[in-house]
Structures are given as C-alpha cells and as structure tokens.
Write a protein that binds this ligand. Sequence first.
Ligand code: FAD
Ligand code: SF4
Ligand code: SF4
Length: 486
Amino acid sequence: MGSWPRNMLRFTDTPQHFPEVKPPELRKKDFEEIYKQFNNAQAAEQSSRCSQCGIPYCQIHCPLQNNIPDWLKLTAEGRLEEAYAISSATNNFPEICGRICPQDKLCEGNCVIEKDFKSVTIGSVEKYITETAFENGWVKPIKVKKESGLSVGIIGAGPAGLAAADMLRRNGHAVHVYDRYDRAGGLMIYGIPNFKLEKQIVLRRHQLMKDGGIEFHLGVDIGGKISLEDLQKKHDAVLIATGVYKSRIMEVPNASLENIIPALSYLTASNRKNLGDKVPQFDSGEFNAAGKTVVVVGGGDTAMDCVRTAVRQGAKSVTCLYRRDRANMPGSAREVKNAEEEGVHFMWLAAPKAFVGDKKVERILIQRMRLITQDASGRQNIQPVEGETFAMDADMVIQALGFEAEDIPVMFGAPALKLSRNGTIEINQHNFMSSIEGVFAAGDIVRGASLVVWAIRDGRDAAKSIHNYISTKSTSKNPQLVRNVA
Ligand code: FAD
Ligand code: SF4
Ligand code: SF4
C-alpha cells in the first residue's frame, strides 16, 4: 500500500480497490453501513489512478458537475483541506453522495479508464475527503456576514429543500424549513436504510444547518393547519420540495389481502425502529419480516432496500420478483450484487398474476414473462408467456413499484398550481418558478422519483433563482420574522 504524496496516472500499475466491505455473513446481522472508509494511504493511492482527463467524463456525468479531477489530485498529494474546499463548493452534502449515489451509473460508470482498468473509486474518495473534513473541524456552520432582511419558506426537508436552505442562508436570507415529519432529511432519513446511509450522518448535517441559523419547523404539515397561502404571506418566496410519496399499487386480484404492504411504509417502520422510535406496526409483526417467507415485487433501488432489510430482520427466505431480466433492471448493479451476496433469490421475467389467501396472503400466482421490442429509452418491453404460470408461498409481500406525486393543488388548497402530465409540479425551466408568482418548486416533486444528487442540484439551482427573485425586493413582507431569526 502506497503513501502520499503520489503522482497521478497510476492506473496502469495500481489496481482498483474499494474500501473494505463487511462480509455478507456479518452484514446480515445488523443495519450498519457495509463499506468501511479508506485510510489516508488508500485514498491517496486510489486517487492517484486518475488520468487527469482534459475532458473529464466523470465530471460531465456527475449531476453536480463536481470538479472531480482536481479533488482527486489534491487527495493524492495529501492536500485534504483544499480537496474538501473544492468538493464542497459544488456539493452541499458530499459525504451523503459519496455513500449513496449510484456511481456505477454516474461518475464512475463514465470514467475513461473504466473499460480496461476499472474506474477510479470516486464516491469512496468523496466520502473520505468529507469525513476527514468533519474529523478535523473544517466543516463549519454558516456564518452570515450581513442579514439580507428577506425570508424564504421551504416546504420539505429532503435533500432538495435542505440544499436550497443551505444556499439561501449563505446569501444572508432568513430561511424557514417546514416538514411534516419529526426529523429533517426526507427520504434520506425514513426511506434509505442504515446499511447504505447511517442516520447520524444526516442528523449531523441537520445540526450544522441549525447552528448556521436555519429555522426548522418539524411536525408541521403544510396543507393542514398552515396553508401555502399562509406561507406566501409570511415569506418573500416559497419553495415546494415535498418529494413524491404516493405508492404505485399492483392491479391484480386480491392485492388488498393482509401482509401485502407498500415498500415505503415498510422501510419507514424499519428506519424508525433503528432510530429507537416506538413503531406499533413493527412490534405487532405486521411490518417485521422475522421468520417470514418474503417476496418483494419490483426491480429498482427501493426493491433492493426492501430485500436487504428483510434479510437483516431475519426473514426465512427473501425473493425478488421482477418482470424483466437482470440487464433491464432499473436498480444499481452494485446493489443487486450486494443483495445476492446477502442471500436474496432473484426471480427474473416473473410478475404476480394474483394473490391467494383467506385473510392474509399465503401464495402468489406468478405469470412468466418474455422480453420483446425495445421502447424509446432502449429498455425492452415485455409480454406474458401464454399458459406459463406457477405458484409460490409467501406470507409477506412488499410492493416496490415506484412512486407518484400526491395531488399537491388539492393538498395545498392551491388550484392555481399547474401540474405536468405526470402529476408533478410544472415549473418554468429557466427559473424554477411554478405557475404561482413567488412560489418555486424543486426535487422529486418536479422531476418525479429520482436521486438525492439530482435533488441537491435542483435545490441549488432553485436557490439561485429565488435569491435573484427576492433580491429585487427592497423590503421584506415580514420584517419581524427576519429579525427573530437573525
Ligand atoms: P424527499 O426526500 O422525499 O423529501 C421531501 C420532504 O417533504 C419529506 O421530508 C416530507 O416529509 C416533506 N413533505 C412532503 N409533503 C409535505 C407537506 N405537505 N408539508 C410538510 N412537509 C412535507 N437516491 C439516491 O441517490 N441513492 C439511493 O440510494 C436512493 N435510495 C432510495 C431508497 C428509497 C427507499 C427511496 C424511496 C428513494 C431512494 N432514493 C435514492 C431517491 C431519493 O431518496 C430521492 O430522489 C430524494 O430524497 C428526493 O429528494 P426531495 O428533497 O425531492 O424529496
Ligand atoms: Fe459521483 Fe455522486 Fe459524487 Fe457526483 S456527487 S462525484 S455522481 S458520487
Ligand atoms: Fe480521472 Fe476518470 Fe475523471 Fe478521467 S474520467 S478525470 S480518469 S476520474
């Protein structure tokens, strides 16, 4: 193992290494993150594999356009404080992206050395740089030099809302974040499981943002006692960053039998349990896979999170049912591999045809599928293979078929809010403003179910537009609110 400083372009003599990963038998026993962290020498060595491309495809394919070659070079040279300064200039939460971006589809998947030498392990270096920055006290709460006297209300404390809050506070605005949950983080806290992202990582960011003067109003459901209109009156601009939460449901006979549950309810219960909350539906056994024959329907990252959670809860067996084949799975290949290593059985080209049971689900009738022509995106369409059905036992079925937007105009009592054909909020692509003057939107509620890194990007871009919009105002709608925060 080498030590720093190191020259670059070492990919020909230095093999790719990821940080140590816990063996499957150990991982299955708890919910801890499965990847350890690079030490200094490993990070320098892996960074030095970068060929410092003139046109860095890694950067082009990073939604945040992170300046990857520069922070890799600085890491190889042991100049970590500078590496952190560069990495955090384009990413509000690099320690989170380093852990949970599907790097194989983004930066690393497009690294030019990937084909012959295997990519630079960019995500793991990003995590290492940021964790080192936290350890050394380089990550500091925002210190506003001059309060702007203007305020912004943000609905939703997921990555889009938090990134926007961070950027707006840096510009001296009073920022108030409202979330219906009791903790900030959105799906980073209640969706994504601990073994990918430990919750103290998200809570640490939340604390930092509070220390920087961002006001959080948790347990506040906008559209309940407080309306969108109330927030418009209170703040100089409002950002809607509420994500997408309506689960797609299977339309097959008996889909309403007991023990057929939506993925997000299942994962939220598990995350809450791990956070030490009281979770009656888990304690009653309804959302607990222990001892059960579990079948998860779906092939995306949410499905992978469910199968791996069920393994850790002590399921008797866990099967993932997906109607296409492995090559056409929307989930990250790395996550599928992790699931397989942990003992998950994959049943490709198979879709539920009906559920069987008295009160609770007991069996699934499964239809064999075949791939046919490709659709416009290159993904192959499917059709049932006539006469090929079979049954399998299941006493817990988790539906992980994706999410849609809730009806926001109805939820917020704001009929003037225009929606796209997909039911997400329609915005002016140039400035993130919705059809209501002064009301902006960002993240999954605009894009549809996507990724944390895209939510951060949207939050940053929306914050820029909001800053431009409110900076043209000379006085705040609510100076009292601004003074309270300052
Ligand atoms: P969210 O994170 O959904 O946050 C929205 C917030 O708005 C929530 O806190 C919600 O409580 C709040 N809210 C909603 N309505 C209201 C209201 N009326 N009043 C007040 N507050 C409200 N992405 C990755 O990059 N990597 C992964 O590994 C990954 N794994 C995932 C696993 C699962 C199980 C799921 C479901 C998603 C995963 N994603 C992953 C996707 C990623 O989590 C989302 O794309 C991202 O969180 C979207 O960010 P957001 O800020 O738009 O919305
Ligand atoms: Fe890669 Fe995500 Fe980091 Fe961009 S933010 S460099 S895509 S891990
Ligand atoms: Fe380095 Fe790969 Fe990016 Fe090229 S594409 S700059 S080799 S990380």
